[in-house]
Design a protein around this ligand. Structure first.
Ligand code: SF4
Length: 460
């Protein structure tokens, strides 16, 4: 898949033993959220701090981890910039890392620069840090609270100080943030899989608008700001999060299976699907294809072999590089010859990659390829840090010019056009109602803006 261009993961831990190895491990379990940069900060009378261009497992050395002394610290993986950022403040040294997007960054930068503030590059993390430092005047909670007034957009963050680790989520809870621990450690993470795989228990999600402090006293809620509504990114369950995570109480795997099942149910309701196999586009279509198989009873069979040594395609800078990498990433299994295939994936952005997959299958002799997409058509660029794509690049937007939720008639018209464009025998998306029902979450607790254009109120 391809949609995500700006994303990241945060991890922090307070431990009874040196914490650098645990942070390294936690970040490794969040690596799918960003592969361009990684960084770790630990506290041990002062902040030790190392960032790298590249992945955690290949860039951090044993020697560096030994230099990152201390029992508590935070880390970050990113597609966009180096974090955490370290600062010397009235509250002593602090380090800040966040996941999200500051939409009003230009206005905030202009305002701060007019007041004499300087910036390294004007990254969102600099803006967030400077608000915490400037407004907080040494009080980290006051500084984090101020973000809810000043920042338009999304943030889940961790702030490392001599007091411990402060963690917070914006008022809407766009990006996930979860707490976990065991008898010796307390942790905060963008995704639960880090806790699960590090033998910690999940404690709970950080609530939208909550500010917690994690230290030797445990996990304390220092402030709970009023949250006008929840707006969890629906895309987390469909694609972004790892399938073994639990986000805001919903298993990602269950949500993906449900999305696949509802696609199969739609085929059943509309006359049935005659096919030999249902297959995923690895890895993003796996949970969806399994759900489709369960409901349709059509055999589940891989049609692509995943090359684990190729990079994820969206990290490549040019379209040509992305396509070459996508080709390296998946090779067709010759078994598809003569088969009618239902091919499942999470979403269609530009359509280039799914079009290439359909072509590859047909070239290998597949008799029919029916594309089934877990998300409704993407109609608007994400305003909250998941993509910088313009609306014009979205495939569905090339055909549908009207705003608002698509009627069934419009959806089916779009599906016929997309099938023709991709060279597929048919294409179907989940309807918005089926999509929301599959996520097991009330509609008004979700952000669905990239599908319906409705921005959760006050968030912008
Ligand atoms: S617009 Fe889409 S991708 Fe962006 S936060 Fe909302 S649901 Fe997620």
């Amino acid at each position: 898949m391809k949609f995500i261009e700006e994303n990241c993961g945060v991890f922090g831990i307070y431990s009874t033993r040196p914490c650098a190895d645990d942070i390294y491990q936690g970040l490794d379990f969040l690596q799918h959220r960003g592969q361009e940069y990684c960084g770790i900060s630990t506290f041990d009378t002062e902040i030790n701090h190392i960032t790298h261009h590249g992945r955690v497992a290949t860039r951090f050395t044993g020697e560096e981890l030994r230099r990152l002394t201390g029992m508590w610290g935070i880390g970050h993986v990113s597609l966009r910039d180096r974090q955490p950022m370290k600062w010397l403040t009235r509250a002593g040294e602090i380090a800040v890392a966040f996941s999200g997007n500051v939409i009003n960054s230009h206005a905030l930068l202009e305002d701060m620069m007019n007041r004499g503030k300087s910036f390294y590059k004007g990254y969102d993390i600099e803006i967030i840090s400077k608000i915490i430092i400037e407004v907080g005047e040494g009080d980290i909670v006051r500084g984090i609270s101020a973000l809810s007034e000043k920042i338009q957009g999304s943030y889940s963050l961790a702030v490392l100080t001599g007091d411990g680790i402060y963690a917070s989520r914006d008022l809407y809870g766009f990006r996930p943030l979860i707490l976990g621990g065991d008898s010796e450690r307390l942790a905060v993470s963008s995704e639960s899989r880090a806790m699960q795989n590090m033998d910690m228990e999940i404690i709970r999600d950080v609530a939208p608008g909550e500010i917690v402090l994690i230290n030797r006293e445990g996990i304390q809620t220092l402030e709970q700001l009023d949250s006008p509504r929840r707006a969890h990114c629906a895309f987390e369950w469909a694609y972004t999060a790892s399938i073994d995570s639990i986000i805001d109480g919903v298993y990602v795997q269950e949500a993906r299976n449900n999305l696949g099942e509802s696609l199969a149910q739609r085929d059943i309701d509309e006359g049935g699907m005659v096919a030999d196999i249902v297959a995923p586009v690895p890895m993003s279509g796996m949970g969806h294809a399994l759900g489709y198989h369960r409901r349709s009873k059509i055999s589940y069979q891989d049609v692509f072999l995943y090359n684990r040594y190729a990079d994820r395609s969206y990290t490549q800078i040019t379209q040509v590089a992305r396509e070459k990498m996508a080709k390296r990433k998946l090779s067709v299994l010759p078994y598809v010859k003569g088969k009618k295939v239902v091919l499942c994936d999470d979403s269609i952005v530009r359509g280039t990659q799914i079009m290439n997959k359909v072509k590859d299958l047909k070239k290998a002799g597949a008799k029919e390829v029916h594309v089934r997409i877990a998300c409704p058509p993407l109609m608007y660029p994400c305003a909250f840090g998941i993509s910088t794509r313009s609306g014009g690049e979205l495939l569905a937007r090339k055909h549908v010019k009207t705003d608002g939720i698509l009627s069934m008639e419009q959806l089916m018209d779009l599906e016929s056009w997309v099938a023709l464009t991709l060279g597929a025998d048919s294409v179907k998306f989940n309807t918005m109602d089926a999509f929301v029902a599959s996520l097991l979450m009330p509609r008004d607790s979700l952000c669905l803006q990239c599908f319906d254009g409705i921005i959760p109120s006050k968030a912008l």
